[in-house]
Design a protein around this ligand. Structure first.
Ligand SMILES: [Zn+2]
Length: 462
């Protein structure tokens, strides 16, 4: 047990981040509110104290969600004195908020100038995504605008690295002995967003529309006749011959070899005519496929459509339709797992909307344009609702890799598949080292090249 002395400024946020950090290392704590201006941790059994500067909460308490980028540092802390070599970073670790320190030592005797708690909160709550307004053409926050991109440590879960520093500081300065992590966690979670369940649309009209859309995107009219012939053939035979439907079967079988349940996400409600597919989840052919994967023990989750991340009514209608659909066809839902279509996410609104609608697990938190650790942790955590300033009951399972992020030219565009596998393996190693999960998303519609099948088998290995 440790005691934490602090003031009541941003108390919800402080409690939230203390809970996350201290639960992870299995350390009980008690908060004593007082008039102090810093965060003091004391160990009653040694009588020793460690004082952390409180920079972020001090500012945010008076200026909630006001730009605080002028406080964000470009410095780093040398953790050699703690005997730490952090996976992926070494002993020189970038820090966000800190108090004034002329010789850059940041931690000496009983004083730590590095505002570790405020920095962790800022990263994990995605506070920066609210104060930085830049967005891509789908309204998404880009990795390029993140602190970790600027600090050049995108492939490291920085909050987890800070957790190890915290353990080191508690040991070194106040004699608290804690084991590194309370549980051993590493595993690979695989999911599939069924944005387009069937390659062959359910009507000729839709076929022509989709052909024109693809043609415009790729700026090439070639292959139209071949494509039409293939479409007719699938229509005449069985929908089970449809390549996208077959890919669902492939994904299920490959993961069954690892005894793994896959999370398949479906769009229950069309909220946008271009970006949400028109296949109805109730269509006979789709229901057939879903029943088959469900029978095999895989999970079906909700994929709220393109216009849901900031829309209360669209989110409500989507989750409600999914819930009814699930109850009707597969029975009661004990948990609702969810991922936002296009990874569209509004850090100010989405956590509240998910919680209000009874979502229990979300797995959206990854950048569309870069693989890695968007909330700077590979551990699961409860989302923070920045709008209402409270923790939520929605457990976030951060996403590390999406197929298109890695391979599509508009994002990382890696051409050499060996290099792509290496990138995946590096992230897996990082998740192992920081005791988290590795989460990968592969669409059933993302197997346009034959070699992607072999690639997939490698990517989902433990
Ligand atoms: Zn999607």
């Amino acid at each position: 047990m440790i005691f934490i002395d602090t003031n009541g400024n941003c108390l919800n946020e402080k409690k939230y981040i203390f809970d996350f950090l201290f639960k992870r290392i299995n350390l009980d704590y008690q908060i004593n509110l007082s008039e102090v201006t810093d965060i003091t941790i004391s160990n009653p059994s040694t009588g020793k104290k460690l004082v952390f500067d409180d920079i972020f909460f001090q500012f945010a308490g008076k200026n909630w969600l006001v730009d605080c980028l002028h406080l964000v540092s470009q410095e780093s802390i040398d953790v050699d004195f703690l005997g730490l070599k952090l996976p992926g970073i070494g002993n020189n670790v970038p820090i966000l908020f800190h108090g004034e320190c002329s010789d850059k030592s940041y931690c000496e005797e009983t004083k730590c100038k590095f505002d570790l708690f405020g920095s962790c909160f800022y990263l994990i709550s995605r506070y920066e995504e609210v104060i930085i307004k830049n967005r891509d053409n789908h309204g998404r926050f880009s990795f390029q605008d993140s602190f970790v991109a600027k600090a050049n440590c995108l492939s490291v879960p920085l909050v987890d690295a800070y957790t190890l520093i915290l353990i080191g500081l508690l040991r070194h300065f106040i004699g608290v002995e804690v084991s590194e992590w309370s549980t051993h966690n590493y595993k690979v979670n695989v999911s599939c967003d069924i944005d387009i369940p069937f390659w062959a649309p359910n009507s000729v009209k839709s076929f022509v529309r989709r052909y024109l859309k693809d043609t415009l995107e790729q700026r090439s009219f070639r292959g139209g006749y071949q494509r039409f012939k293939k479409y007719i053939k699938i229509r005449e035979n069985s929908f089970l011959d449809d390549p996208f439907a077959k890919n669902i079967e492939f994904i299920a079988s490959e993961n069954e070899k690892f005894n793994r349940k896959v999370d398949f996400f479906i769009i229950p409600l069309r909220t946008h005519t271009s970006f949400d597919n028109e296949e109805n989840i109730e269509s006979q052919r789709f229901l057939h496929i879903l029943k088959s994967i469900k029978m095999r023990g895989h999970r079906i989750g909700v994929h709220p459509g393109y216009l849901t991340c900031s829309s209360s009514s669209n989110m409500k209608r989507s989750v409600e339709k999914f819930r009814q659909f699930h109850v009707r066809n597969f029975g009661d839902l004990r948990e609702i797992i969810s991922r936002q279509h296009y990874l569209r996410w509004d850090s100010y609104r989405t956590p509240e909307l998910l919680m209000e609608n009874g979502v229990t697990v979300d797995t959206t938190m990854g950048y569309a344009d870069y693989i890695g650790f968007r909330p700077s942790t590979c551990s699961e955590f409860f989302l923070y609702d920045l709008k209402n300033r409270r923790s939520t009951t929605v457990l976030e399972r951060p996403l590390n890799v999406m197929d298109a992020t890695l391979l599509a030219p508009r994002y990382m565009g890696i051409i050499d598949l060996n290099e792509a596998i290496e990138k995946i393996n590096e992230l897996k190693e990082m998740c192992k080292a920081y005791n988290g999960h590795f989460n990968i998303l592969w669409h059933n519609s993302y197997f346009e090249k034959k070699e992607y099948y072999e690639f997939y088998k490698m990517a989902i290995k433990e």
